[in-house]
Ligand binder design. Sequence first.
Ligand SMILES: [Fe+2]
Length: 308
Amino acid sequence: MDTISNQSYSNQTREGYPVIHLGYADVVLLGRWNGLSNALYSLHKNSSFWVQYDKEDALVESYLLLNGIVEIEYDGKRHILEVGETIDASHYAHIISFYGKTEAEILIKMSTESFETRFFETQILQEEADAIESVDGYTYMHCNRIKDYSIEVWKHMELPPESLSTLRWGAYFHDVGKRVVPLEILNKPGKLTAEEWGIMKSHTIEGAKIMREHTVEWLADTAFIVEQHHERHDGKGYPYGLKGDEIALESAIVSVVDAFDAMTTDRVYKKALSRQEAMEELKNGKGTQFNPLVVDAFIEVLEKKQSN
Ligand SMILES: [Fe+2]
């Protein structure tokens, strides 16, 4: 098997192999053989990822569980994967979700071209996410939770799976525009002045611009999510004051899950609410701040998660 030279790619390597630290998983690209790439996917406990097979994109795509406990969900049904069992994605027409019940290792085999394009693009995006985190104190886990919650809501609402990838990265980078907001405004404990608030609000438009001009060109497709994530259902949000159906559903989803995550996380200026209190707040905001269908779907996702 050829090992992959890391010279032309990134500084992020593990023992000479290219690696991506995704926060919820680490992916190590082990090498390629006969047109197939092999990667070791270390999924963290209580984390998840999903797979949507695309025959135009990959001929071969399989996932072999090496160790740990992983549950998979397909068409609403869940079962525990056996160690040594392989999931051949080409046999599945819809999304397959993998949930790590413990730390787990999965060997991925995939057609080289499609896997490595995704791998190295993801590596670039992850490095960028790390850079944002180091600037404004946001954690990986915040961005990851927003992404995970958004995806769960999307699946629960039975929306088209083709848009999942756009939602994933739009949700993940929803606050990328905060890069242009000065730190003293971002982390100010007290009330912002009118001028500071104007700068803070510009993170939506600035973020969309970053996405549209990104070297990973398809990220431009996610710009609208970033741009609209502070719009409100009643039209009183920013930057454009869009209302109801004028707001993309993807953005309406990010808005709800972002609010929930903000409420349930300690911030510099306030203590966290309990999950129950935050769910009540979401219900109170139905039809005013939030899209009511999205709130209902998200509450159902949270309740389902609690009972699992
Ligand atoms: Fe934001």
